[in-house]
Write a protein that binds this ligand. Structure first.
Ligand code: FAD
Ligand code: 2HG
Ligand code: ZN
Length: 474
């Protein structure tokens, strides 16, 4: 049976694009292990189709043999969504060969790309055509637009442009039956029934395989300025966000918060990055102002905002980047927190959203509860405050063994944090998704009727549970 399936897959995609453990020279770990090295699965095969027809044929062949498929893009996901389980029976469908830019439509402000297109290459293609594609995240050099759509990724520009879902106008999808849905419209209005596009987005490969997408483009801003501000408390950071909305309006394209410990880790592990102001303040904020007029206008607005904030006491000190290189340096510091955490050792991540107004109380209460339950834990607290999205990460106590920490405390810490998230009307996954990591927790925190509807949708679209089984819903 298995050899027969592998033979068919080789006929569809070519020998070079069906990788198995039968060949001892082939290392499948890049596809079998998740980015955080939390899980190492074992694939029956890694299959790399070159076009949509091949994807459809692969799905049909797998479906005929009841073989599950795990779609994968850049494998940068943080919730164990894109890797196979340990059974050796699942096919990893790697989309990275399908990476073409199919079309740019300047008048319609759209770009159509294949799912395996790396985000940075999509940004570059948009820039080359004279436009902005605003989705931006730390993994942009290796994540793919298919993975971004699969997870409905957020990133650092959501405060202005929204999540990946808001940036998408059309999809091409291969269904669990191997049918191709040709939905690559560039339409901004289409009320012809259920919103299948938005159902697919964020479904983490459990409802269909995205093979291409039509995404929105925006005019390039005339100027983009970045500021780094020291703020005395989370309350002050929220106050600064209010002022920034008021003063910059749609010019506010980034608003990130970082606590002192997060920045101390960047300073410790990447001292060459020269983190500003972190020693003198419990929190820093990174703001971006994109202006359609000019740099002078943007700078004037930014300076007025920071003066008002200093006067109101919600900023104690600030720097505005003088050049593009300096601005990039500040963003690089922000994007290095995840890597600095890896260097520091194993940790427990929480990607949560809370109404912005409640975040200061959430952080104060939850920090205190954690300090009481797990003495010595170190909070790496940072993220997209403009979207009410915190990466509320818990690092093992100094000198503790990371594996022992996870073994002994992960469940207790997750329960404590998620119970608090629920109490504050939040979500246990803001932007990373559910994957295999939070699949057991989701039913405890999501509305039961919503869970029941999700199960019905999954049964209807994938009745044999072949697409990414046991991810998102068990
Ligand atoms: P993968 O990891 O390969 O897959 C992710 C999920 O999507 C899986 O469930 C997979 O089955 C599914 N999938 C992949 N391709 C397809 C497809 N073609 N069709 C259907 N399903 C598919 N995320 C954020 O939201 N915001 C951030 O700011 C952010 N920063 C990050 C920084 C770092 C350093 C790292 C390592 C990760 C970060 N992430 C962030 C998480 C990750 O980069 C995103 O989730 C990204 O969208 C995943 O893309 P990928 O191509 O790597 O997908
Ligand atoms: C970010 O915003 C990513 O940098 C990663 O979403 C968050 O490492 C994390 O917890
Ligand atoms: Zn994030």
């Amino acid at each position: 049976m298995t050899q027969n399936l592998l033979h068919q897959l080789r006929q569809i995609c070519g020998d070079a694009h069906v990788l198995t453990h039968d060949d001892p020279a082939t290392d499948l770990s890049p596809w079998e292990q998740d980015w955080r090295k939390r899980v190492r699965g074992r694939a029956l095969a890694v299959v790399r189709p070159g076009n949509t027809q091949e994807v459809a044929a692969v799905v049909k062949a797998c479906a005929a043999q009841h073989t599950p498929i795990v779609p994968q893009g850049g494998n940068t996901g943080l919730v164990v969504g894109g890797v196979p389980d340990g059974s050796g029976t699942q096919v990893v469908l790697s989309m990275t060969r399908m990476n073409a830019v199919r079309a740019v439509d300047p008048a319609n402000l759209t770009i159509t790309v294949e799912a395996g297109c790396v985000l940075q290459n999509l940004q570059a293609a948009a820039a080359q055509a004279g436009f902005l594609f605003p989705l931006s995240l730390g993994a942009e050099g290796s994540c793919t637009i298919g993975g971004n759509l699969g997870t409905n990724a957020g990133g650092t520009q959501v405060v202005r442009y929204g999540n990946t879902r808001e940036l998408c106008l059309g999809l091409e999808v291969v269904t669990a039956q191997g049918q191709i849905w040709h939905g690559l419209t560039g339409l901004r209005k289409d009320n012809t029934g259920y919103d299948l596009r938005n159902l697919m987005i964020g479904s983490e490969g459990t409802l269909g395989i995205i093979t291409a997408a039509t995404m929105k483009l925006y005019p390039l801003p005339a100027a983009q300025l970045t500021a780094w501000a020291a703020v005395p408390s989370m309350e002050a950071a929220v106050q600064l966000l209010g002022l920034a909305h008021q003063r910059l309006g749609p010019g506010l394209t980034g608003f990130e918060v970082m606590n002192q410990f997060a920045l101390s880790l960047v300073d410790k592990h990447f001292p060459q990055l020269r983190v500003p102001l972190w020693q003198e303040t419990p929190w820093c904020v990174l703001l971006e102002n994109s202006d359609s007029e000019s740099e002078t206008h943007a700078r004037g607005q930014f300076e007025a905002l920071l003066e008002a904030a200093l006067e109101a006491g919600c900023v104690s000190d600030a720097v505005v980047a003088e050049s593009l290189a300096q601005a990039r340096g500040l963003w690089h510091i922000r994007e290095s927190i995840t890597l600095a955490q890896v260097e520091e050792g194993l940790n427990i991540k929480h990607d949560i959203s809370i109404p912005v107004s409640l975040i200061p109380a959430f952080v104060a209460e939850t920090d205190a509860l954690l300090a009481r339950e797990v003495p010595g834990v170190r909070m790496v607290d940072f993220g997209h405050l403009g979207d009410g999205n915190l990466h509320y990460n818990v690092q093992a106590p100094e000198g503790a063994d990371g594996h022992a920490f996870l073994r002994d405390f992960e469940d207790q810490v997750n329960t404590l944090v998620f119970d608090q998230v629920k109490r504050f009307d939040g979500s246990i996954s803001a932007e990373h998704g559910v994957g295999g990591l939070k699949v057991g927790k989701l039913p405890l925190y999501k509305d039961p009727t919503a869970m029941a509807m999700m199960r019905l949708v999954k049964q209807a679209l994938d009745p044999h549970n072949l697409l990414n089984p046991h991810k998102v819903i068990a």
